[in-house]
Design a protein around this ligand. Sequence first.
Ligand code: C2E
Ligand code: CA
Ligand code: CA
Length: 566
Amino acid sequence: MNILIIDDDAIDRMSAIRTLGESELTLDQVDQAPTAEEGIRLATQRKYNVILLDYQIPPYNGIEVLREIRGSNDYATSIVMLSHSNDEQLALDCIEAGAQDFVMKSEVTATRLKRAILLSAERHHLELQVRDSHDMLRRLAEQDSLTGLSNRYFFDEALKDAIPKAERNGKQLAVVLLDLDKFKNINDTLGHQAGDIFLQEVAQRMEVPIREGDKLCRLGGDEFAILVHDLVHPTQVRLLVNRVFDALAGPVEIDGHSLEITASVGIATYPDCATDAVGLMKCADVAMYRSKSLGRNQVQYYSRTFHQAVESRVRIENDLGKALAANQLLLHYQPQVDAKDSSLVGIEALIRWEHPELGLVPPDEFIPIAEESNLIIEIGRWVIDTACRQFSEWLKAGASTNMKYSIAANLSARQLKDGGLVSFLTSCLEKYQIPPASLELELTESSLEQSLSALDMLNSLTDMGIQLALDDFGTGYSSLSHLKQYPLNILKIDKSFVQNIDDKKQANLLKAICSFAHSLEYETVAEGVETKEQVKICRELGVKRLQGYFFSRPLPAHQLKSRWLS
Ligand code: C2E
Ligand code: CA
Ligand code: CA
């Protein structure tokens, strides 16, 4: 056992050495230091099992020396304080500062000292174990076990620390959020194990271009974040992101599959975007969201304008679920007229959302959101039911006039996969006593392509006698012969062809579309007819029905009735 005695009193040192000799401890080496400086020097240079430290060692007090030794010595040395005083508070202060025991000089006997030394060594050993496991817990708490990167907890803490520091030093910070594109597909199609390997590879590649002082973390799932310190100019972050993209380029090979890594990135800076951690994260998130909506491998800086756009989208997402129950959805109706005599031949139901605060929200802003969830099924059924009920009321009211027209509703791709659609439609037509041939369902080309079972569904609908219209015709990419396999009755020519009729090329295109449609015996509807000129050309081209602002905008039910049905 190696022991160091630090005491300015030569007699006390001698007596300690004598007592040690009587203690039956195995002593390999016993050193003495008469000053604090000498003691600290020895304690840092040599490896002692125990240091006996005098509390009074002018000009210092023992606690100062104790702290110095604890700060510079990382060998497992236990420290026993020796003092003439028996002040309990003093003893506690010493223990708190890192001593393992406190013994009064007047009470030192061989047995007492031996016990103090042995117990101190044991106590210190336990303390170190506790410290190690504490460190390990901390690492676990701050580390992402899958990738070995720091985790969200660490990131949040680091960001909270970094902001006041940046403020003091007048520096800028950046938060870079990176979300992998289409990661869910990998998990879904290749399994979670492949997903894990993919994430590990991403983490490894991303670490390469990160500067020493910056922090890369995995926030969870497929979301990563980089905290950039000491930002001088925003271009610096852009360069960093370029380096990250470079590092991520090149496929990852998993189970014989070659997978590309692409990611959407959002950047927010302190203090420009926000001055607190929560605000900064939110801004980076908004920017990332914006990148996502632009496609793959996009980078966006936070800006206030798209903050508002995202905010209203989030708002719509949150509120849409309640819209139906709260009676906020309604239908407007737009007439379609016979091109020959402008008489009413059809009515298209178009959905609207009367949001209590946002006002009338157009369908382009909420139908795509409803389509991302199953909400579209419920909303779609509501549309069909409401349109049919309204239509049957009009029919009854006008039974004497003998006017013939149909009702049309738009159908989303997702509704074609709804196994219950056919029976729902059957009972709806029955309930409202509507001849199936008076109902038209409008579909888009993309919805036909999204599902293999779409064809079966369309066949069942035509078997029922319902009319099927292809909406926005001409904007899709499917070949014309491909279309022929679907049992469609009506082509609704997209408004872009009708509206750009002044352009010679577009006019020729419209002509070609019409002759194609007529040669295959489709009924044609021209959408978006706004001017007299457009009416004239559509008539000349033999289009059967016209729909557009020239005749009427979509109207609330009562207005449609008073203007068109009486
Ligand atoms: P769409 O089916 O192509 O509907 C025609 C859109 O063109 C309507 O917009 C209509 O207001 C507008 N429009 C009509 N005439 C003119 C015109 O002369 N000029 C111009 N510039 N526009 C005209 P709206 O009502 O905003 O609907 C937009 C889209 O939302 C619809 O396009 C349809 O795809 C979708 N949608 C509307 N209602 C429903 C619904 O109940 N279910 C589903 N799944 N989608 C719906
Ligand atoms: Ca339509
Ligand atoms: Ca359309």
